[in-house]
Design a protein around this ligand. Structure first.
Ligand code: PRX
Length: 570
């Protein structure tokens, strides 16, 4: 930001579009943003936040969130943003794992018709967080809140008392910029650590090149800052490039399903970046929500987070891009920090459903289950990266061995992504989805183990196994197979109790779409659940289970298939 002050201080850095279309959007210049960041940096310092301290952000999509992120960066504090849809329990786990000193939140958040009371969730979480010294609260919804004297402080009061000048703290390139928690195959979510220089190089380089950003373009990424896409492509990538970035507080369905397109026209958005799940959800509502809008400012479209199906790609291309906007299907991960395999808009040949080619400098490879690299074209395997890149994960917070184990031990000398991938006759890459026990629901990573742990909290649940199944809008839905201690329970009642438990331990996004009560689970003789079979049953493929010779009790499979009519849907 200091750099841009010299050349573009009056330029709009951030356009903030509120949830309610009748509320005025805000246009914040680089100068103004810089000033607010300096002021808030001084607030952080006055509360004793120092270089290396962890600060948790649990906030709605409001400009103060961007200011808080950049202020942490300015003084060398490490931000840990937690998506404001996670439960108090999930928030507490993340705060405790990295021992955050301070939490920044809001009284509440507006999401379509809903108002969420964030402060009460924070209150519930931090009663068990010994490291938290203060909570700073932005007033957004004006909901009634409980303010604890000395601990809880108001954003506006602190900002009014602060001043405009704050030097940026000098940092080593390899010091930590932020932690972001993400789910994996096993255990609790891990804190992915990104470094100052490498991460920012990756974010800016990929932003400029993939979108072919031109000075003056208005850019909008619809992701929430609680996820990596929001970090890299709402905040860091565009602001490092001196672009104008749009930040949207609401949801695509409010006040109706035309909201995205209304915003594109209103702010004359040139580059638009969203998730396939949003495209499918909007496509399902029909063209009546699209045709009232011109969409003639659009030049480049992007997708991220999950594989895009051909139908959604074509709809996006025809009805939103009017067949003139290249679509960049960008593959990357929380751990990669920035885009890794993606077309360069207008340069790389497009191929629907393909993320196409690696960014210059990125070296992907496909390996078989034995770890041998698969050469040639028209092949499929596990996607690895065989050479480091600037914005790669540095460690998992507090547990460096876990980082080595999860990412670098499956295939020695290579980073393993957890994704399956095809390479076609042109050498283009197409991501086929996760090959581990991670489910991708609406572009959000959910670990099966986490959901199972939550379900198993129910006192009548003996065991559970969670898998993903194809879902027409969300990409994947969550399907839980559950064994109860007795069969005479009311299944609907148990289902809603299970849903409540998942909501309490993780958040509403992790609630199972379908729950099937079963008498047993397919296991090997050593007791390992064979999820491959459960995935097939959940997808309705009940004819060919492949090799079942390792099953301890093959009859279990027939029993599960026969009891599919007892599945309860959300
Ligand atoms: O399975 C891949 C899928 O999302 C995973 C990464 O999730 P997360 O760390 O939450 O980051 C999401 C935003 C970058 C990947 O392992 N994924 C991401 N982008 C694509 C994708 N799958 C297919 N095509 C993509 N473009």
């Amino acid at each position: 930001m200091d750099r841009h002050l010299k050349t573009s201080s009056e330029k709009t850095a951030l356009i903030w579009e509120p949830n309610n279309p009748n509320e005025e959007p805000k246009h914040i210049s680089y100068k103004e943003l810089h000033r607010n960041v300096c002021r808030f940096s001084n607030v952080l310092k006055s509360l004793g936040v120092k270089k290396g301290d962890r600060v948790c952000l649990y906030m709605p999509m409001i400009p103060e969130l961007t200011v808080a992120v950049l202020s942490c960066a300015r003084i060398g504090a490490i931000h840990s943003v937690v998506f404001a849809g996670f439960s108090a329990q999930a928030l507490q786990d993340r705060i405790n794992d990295s021992e955050c000193k301070l939490i920044i939140t809001a009284d509440g958040s507006f999401r379509g018709e809903k108002v969420l009371n964030l402060k009460s969730i924070v209150d519930e979480a931090i009663q068990y967080c010994g490291s938290i010294e203060h909570c700073i609260m932005v007033e957004r919804t004006k909901a009634e809140v409980n303010l604890v004297p000395d601990r809880d402080l108001l954003w506006c009061e602190l900002m009014n008392e602060s001043n405009d000048y704050c030097d940026a703290t000098e940092m080593e390139s390899e010091e930590t910029l932020f932690i972001l928690y993400t789910s994996g195959s096993t255990g609790k979510p891990k804190g992915v650590v990104h470094s100052i220089a490498g991460y920012m190089v990756g974010a800016e380089y990929s932003f400029r090149n993939v979108f072919q950003y031109q000075e003056g373009d208005v850019y909008w990424c619809t992701a929430d800052i609680g996820w990596i896409t929001g970090h890299s492509y709402v905040i860091y990538g565009p602001l490092l490039s001196g672009a104008t970035t749009v930040m949207f507080e609401g949801v695509p369905s409010h006040p109706d399903y035309g909201r995205f397109w209304e915003i594109v026209d209103k702010h004359k958005v040139n580059i638009f970046y969203t998730a396939p799940t949003a495209i499918r959800a909007l496509e399902a509502q029909g063209l009546d929500f699209v045709t009232p809008y011109k969409l003639d400012s659009l030049k480049v479209l992007g997708t991220v987070g999950e594989p895009i199906n051909e139908e959604a790609w074509q709809w996006y291309h025809t009805h939103i891009g009017k067949e003139k906007c290249p679509i960049v299907d960008t593959w990357w991960q929380t751990e990669t920090g920035g885009m890794m395999i993606a077309p360069l808009a207008g340069i790389t040949k497009l191929k629907p459903t393909y993320a196409t080619l690696p960014l210059p400098g990125v070296q992907p490879c496909l390996v078989d289950d034995k770890g041998n690299e698969i050469q040639g074209l028209n092949v499929e395997g596990n996607l690895c990266i065989k050479y480091p890149w600037p914005s790669m994960i540095r460690t998992t917070y507090g547990d460096h061995n876990r980082c080595k184990e999860v990412y670098f031990s499956a295939y020695p000398g290579k980073y393993f992504t957890g994704d399956g991938c095809k390479r076609d006759a042109d050498g283009f890459y197409r991501i086929t989805g996760r090959v581990d026990d991670v489910i991708n629901v609406s572009g959000h990573r959910i670990g099966t183990a986490e959901v199972e742990d939550a379900i198993n909290q129910h006192q009548e649940v003996v065991e559970s196994a969670v898998v993903g199944f194809p879902h027409s809008i969300k990409g994947q839905g969550i399907y839980a197979f559950v064994i109860l201690s007795k069969i005479e329970f009311n299944p609907n009642e148990i289902c809603s109790q299970i849903n409540e438990l998942v909501k309490k331990h993780i958040g509403p996004i992790a609630r199972p779409e379908k729950i099937q009560f079963v008498s047993g689970l397919p296991k090997t003789r050593s007791g390992k659940i064979i999820r491959r079979i459960l995935r097939k049953i959940a997808s309705g493929e009940i004819n060919n289970f492949g090799d079942t010779s390792t099953l301890l009790d093959p009859e279990v499979v027939d029993l599960i298939v026969d009891s599919r009519n007892l599945t309860i849907s959300k």
